[in-house]
Design a protein around this ligand. Structure first.
Ligand code: A2P
Length: 340
């Protein structure tokens, strides 16, 4: 019997994540019978490459999804909110990278290494949500630790790359850096403050509780993915002048005692994780090493000596790949092989 083939659409194909989605579909030899590339009217006529062919970008409309089986969306929350229901109505399954549907109780929120079984719930609304980039790379290594030693509390601080904000932010970091090195005044359009040679403790909008929406995504999405409302999470999310890969300082408190070596051994056999932890050789996860790869790098694993059952670690992954496009394409692969 031949491979099951599907018709695929990418909404937001001209963006940073959309571009990577196209590359990931190509890299994994996704069983795409056809591929439709969608963006705003501004991009109509633009051509992008898929498997050696040039494909013209079309405008995303309510009628874009007739005959499409799977649509990968990364065109912003508002666009997903408006267009995903039209895609679902036409029988297409949407895998959405925005935050629009993540906390909808009828929409599964999936990291394939953690809760692949949740994909079955795609039948509820025809939508599967891809979690926030910072959440994905944190739950991948924490999942086996939680299963074996039961995590009570997580304290996370992030150091997030500008590519998470999209193409305009990548350009802004580049332009500001060049301007400053040439003794010129940098322009500031994307973030409320200069990002070059700076750190901004502000990602997404502030909420009434003083946290940002990005920080609360890490709290709420972690609980939903782990299917555990008791897990305590507190986050501080920071934008840093890095192009690709988010880094995270992750502190956990477990119910059962666990040593740093036990965590290292467990993570060494965890799919999707690569342990890089040799302080004597100056080996630890670096943003520049994670960029362009699909693994989540974990290192600096050590006992939190301030409490009985605590571990600290440093977790780094490519936010555009595992944090977005790779995770979405992995969901699509499971969807085709097991659920369609
Ligand atoms: P376009 O390039 O035509 O503006 P990024 O996150 O890198 O900024 O990319 C955002 C992606 O979402 C782009 O592909 C962009 O298309 C697309 N997009 C933004 N707004 C809309 C919209 N209203 N309809 C369709 N696509 C949109």
């Amino acid at each position: 019997m031949g491979r099951k083939m599907v018709n695929v659409a990418v909404a937001g194909a001209t963006g940073a994540v959309g571009n990577q989605m196209i590359a990931c579909l190509e890299e994994c030899d996704f069983p795409a019978q056809s591929i439709k590339l969608l963006a705003s009217s501004r991009s109509v006529g633009k051509k992008l490459r898929f498997k050696g062919n040039e494909i013209a970008v079309e405008e995303l409309t309510e009628n874009s999804f007739k005959e499409i089986d799977i649509a990968l969306f990364s065109a912003g929350g508002g666009t997903s909110k408006t267009f995903a229901p039209f895609a679902a109505k036409d029988g297409c399954v949407v895998i959405d990278n925005s935050s629009a549907w993540r906390m909808d109780p009828d929409v599964p929120l999936v990291v394939p290494e953690v809760n692949p079984h949740a994909i079955a719930q795609h039948t509820n609304k025809g939508i599967i949500a891809n979690p926030n980039c910072s959440t994905i790379q944190m739950v991948v290594p924490l999942c086996p630790i939680h299963k074996q030693y039961s995590i009570k509390r997580i304290v996370v601080s992030t150091y997030q790359a500008v590519s998470g904000t999209g193409k305009k932010a990548i350009d802004e970091l580049f332009d500001q850096t060049r301007a400053l090195l040439n003794f010129q005044d940098p322009e500031n359009n994307v973030y409320p403050h200069r990002i070059a040679f700076n750190c901004l403790p502000h990602i997404d909008v502030f909420q009434d509780n003083g946290y940002t929406k990005e920080e609360m995504k890490m709290v709420n999405e972690t609980r939903k993915i782990f299917e555990d409302e008791t897990i305590a999470v507190t986050a501080t999310t920071v934008r840093v002048p890095v192009f690709y890969s988010h880094s995270e300082s992750v502190n956990i408190e477990t119910r059962q005692h666990v040593t740093a070596q036990q965590v290292r051994d467990l993570l060494a056999k965890t799919p999707g994780v690569k342990v890089v932890d040799d302080p004597a050789g100056n080996a630890y996860p670096l943003a520049i090493d994670a960029a362009g790869k699909d693994e989540t790098l974990v290192g600096r694993i050590r006992q939190d000596e301030s409490i009985d059952n605590g571990i600290n670690m440093w977790v780094v992954a490519d936010n555009i790949r595992k944090g977005a496009a790779t995770n979405a394409v992995q969901i699509a692969q499971l969807l085709v092989s097991k659920y369609l």
